[in-house]
Write a protein of this length. Structure first.
Length: 463
């Protein structure tokens, strides 16, 4: 006879404004949220139900807005130790300038860079992160294990997009010859990583995606076989797509078609796929993404930093394309924060064709929460505040100097300055308190990151 399960422990939060980001965009001017172990048990207007059992903590959230935790859909953690370089380059020139340095990374550098990247996001409201890691120099150690270990230590929900490159300079690609893997080696290592680390359960803290890097750093075989591998293993797939006009030209010259048609010809479109950037998309491209339910990771700050252009996000959303937000690597977005991307997504898209009708505050919040959950294939368990979903949420302080006079709470955190995070919970466990991480020491991470950045710079200078 099975032993009776332990009664759930509850956390009760009251007196907060709440933006649920559910299908109806339900909001409460003053409401409550009840967490039972790692799930949201109930929420609503007014006070929490009386006589709740096993309440281990009560939080008076007066002056706060509760939202779902932010979901990052594109990043390159290793770039944390190469920030502030090649600051006036477009994408191709930036890659050429930095690949020789990136090709010297090792396990210790990657672990510390992952810690820095994760810490910056987590203390700013990110509860689910992802990393597209595609640089695996020979003899560099267990890079995937180092990244996943850093996320586990931080307490953040995580997707590793195990990247790969097999098209080097000698084959017409951009990476140096010693920075790429063989096609067979990349596929085998990716499969091994999925089998070792991927957890498909509802409560999963770690998932793995198959993620060949980009059209100008991978062979057609790697892209096609990567799609087949992802579907055989039942995991999601990710890559860069349509980021710049140079990429469009590259694809036409090499493959005789644009990026979207090329991806579709290899099987790399579908509801199990999401692409980073998607800046240069015509109507046909957007229709193809909508038809196949291929997702998009919108990275407004990085797109601006590399002068890539303005993605047609309003048109994508109108067509039914799933869209989330991405920090992108911190060598092209030195701030490393996702909550600032809510504001930047709104402002930059208003510079486009739709102007003031491009995005509003609630659409921006949805991109950073539910949209990201859709893109990562986790909209059934995260991305909105609903009973039965996992307890990933953030308390934003909106009664301080920066926000107290902004009339609407959602407008305050999107249009206003970056709001302080009083508390952030992942899987029902608090990982941030008053803008400081509870799970790791930020000062140690900062010192270690500087040490490893200097070590990498010395190694790269020696050639």
């Amino acid at each position: 006879m099975a032993a009776p399960s332990a009664a759930p422990q509850r956390i009760v939060i009251e007196n907060a404004a709440i933006a649920t980001v559910d299908a109806q965009d339900t909001e409460y001017a003053s409401g409550y949220l009840v967490v039972a172990d790692n799930r949201i048990e109930s929420l609503g207007a007014g006070k929490a139900p009386e006589n709740l059992e096993n309440v281990v903590r009560r939080i008076d959230a007066t002056g706060h807005l509760i939202t779902p935790g932010l979901v990052n859909t594109h990043h390159h953690f290793y770039q944390w130790i190469t920030r502030g370089l090649a600051t006036d380059h477009n994408l191709f020139n930036w890659l050429v300038a930095l690949y020789p340095t990136w090709a010297r990374i090792d396990e210790q550098m990657v672990r510390v860079a992952a810690q820095g990247s994760l810490a910056m996001m987590a203390r700013g409201g990110v509860t689910t992160a992802m990393d597209h890691h595609y640089v695996f120099p020979r003899g560099s150690g267990d890079l995937s294990g180092a990244i996943i270990g850093a996320a586990s230590e931080m307490g953040v929900r995580f997707t590793l997009a195990r990247g790969s490159m097999d098209r080097s300079e000698k084959d017409g690609g951009l990476p140096p010859d010693f920075a790429v893997e063989t096609t067979e080696g990349a596929l085998a290592a990716t499969e091994e990583t999925v089998k070792k680390f991927h957890d498909a359960s509802f409560d999963s803290m770690t998932q793995v995606a198959v993620a060949p890097c980009s059209p100008f750093s991978i062979s057609t075989e790697l892209l096609r076989e990567g799609a087949a591998l992802g579907r055989r293993l039942g995991v999601r797939m990710h890559t860069h797509g349509s980021e710049t006009v140079e990429e469009e030209k590259f694809c036409h010259e090499l493959f005789g078609m644009g990026p979207t048609d090329y991806f579709e010809s290899t099987g790399f479109l579908g509801e199990d796929v999401w692409m980073a950037h998607c800046v240069h998309m015509n109507d046909s491209d957007i229709a193809a993404f909508a038809r196949t339910k291929t997702g998009v990771a919108h990275c407004p700050s990085s797109n601006a930093r590399l002068a890539a252009g303005i993605a047609r996000v309003p048109d994508m959303l109108r067509a039914g394309v799933p869209v989330g937000l991405g920090v992108d690597g911190t060598a092209s977005n030195e701030s490393g924060e996702l909550h600032t991307e809510l504001r930047n997504a709104l402002l930059i898209n208003r510079l486009g064709a739709h102007r003031e009708a491009a995005l509003n505050a609630r659409q921006a919040l949805r991109l950073g929460t539910y949209g990201g959950a859709q893109v990562l294939g986790r909209a059934d368990n995260i991305g909105s505040l609903e009973a039965g979903k996992l307890a990933d949420f953030v308390l934003w302080k909106i009664d301080g100097l920066g926000h107290s006079s902004i009339a609407d709470p959602v407008t305050a955190i999107v249009f206003g300055a970056a709001a302080p995070v009083t508390a952030s919970f992942v899987n029902g466990k608090q990982i941030v308190e008053n803008n400081r991480l509870l799970t790791v020491d930020e000062d140690t991470i900062a010192r270690d990151a500087r040490t490893e950045a200097q070590r990498l710079a010395r190694i790269a200078a020696q050639g």
